[in-house]
Design a protein around this ligand. Structure first.
Ligand code: ADP
Length: 189
């Protein structure tokens, strides 16, 4: 089982690289951001709650997101592994993920930290906001999301370093060169 956590700030390229990883290694992709956006689009109760947090640049509460992740993971049968994109984002989420995988006799194989300087993140997110119209890709919300990332999410680097799972990936350069760095990290496992 190949269980990859793809990690990085908003705009670091997690979604783009996840698609390529899925294609190359034949594993499943779970993006909590995509799951939440689908719930919002379908106007479910969960979507309505999540929207309030997302529009403010805040994280959706841990209990909610952990339940969602557990049910998506349960729905995957015959999987060769999973790439977790946008999860975990807090220490309690990382602990919950470990417990869920351990229960299945598995663990996180590697955490790939896509490292991109903040100036570049802002440029990318503003561009994405113009092109895709994603409501949270505006300057005010981007600033809040980066603050949330730096305070609540970034500490996960130390969590995975202690677990011996941390792998730094330089997140600037061409999409191909970044992907090549990821592939070589995964193939070394
Ligand atoms: P990005 O990486 O660009 O911030 P995502 O699509 O991963 O985009 O997430 C969008 C928003 O969805 C986040 O800002 C947050 O509000 C919410 N969200 C996604 N994943 C999580 C999570 N694991 N825990 C809490 N909130 C989440």
């Amino acid at each position: 089982m190949l269980n990859i956590v793809i990690f990085g700030a908003p705009g670091s390229g997690k979604g783009t690289q996840s698609e390529r990883i899925v294609e190359k290694f034949g594993i499943n992709h779970i993006s909590t951001g995509d799951v939440l956006r689908a719930e919002i689009k379908n106007e479910t109760a969960l979507g309505k709650t999540a929207k309030k947090y997302i529009d403010q640049g805040q994280l959706v509460p841990d209990e909610l997101i952990i339940d969602i992740l557990a049910s998506v993971l349960d729905s995957l049968k015959e999987s060769k592994g999973v790439i977790f994109d946008g999860f975990p984002r807090t220490i309690p989420q990382a602990e919950a993920l470990k417990a869920m995988l351990n229960k299945r006799g598995q663990d996180v194989s590697v955490m790939l930290d896509l490292d991109v300087p903040e100036e570049e993140l802002i440029v990318r997110l503003l561009k994405r906001g113009e092109e895709s119209g994603r409501a949270d890709d505006n300057m005010e919300t981007i600033k809040k999301r980066l603050l949330v990332y730096n305070t609540q999410t970034s500490p996960l680097k130390d969590f995975y370093k202690k677990e011996g799972k941390y792998q730094h990936i330089k997140g600037i350069g061409t999409m191909e060169s970044i992907f090549a760095a990821i592939v070589s990290a995964v193939e070394k496992l």
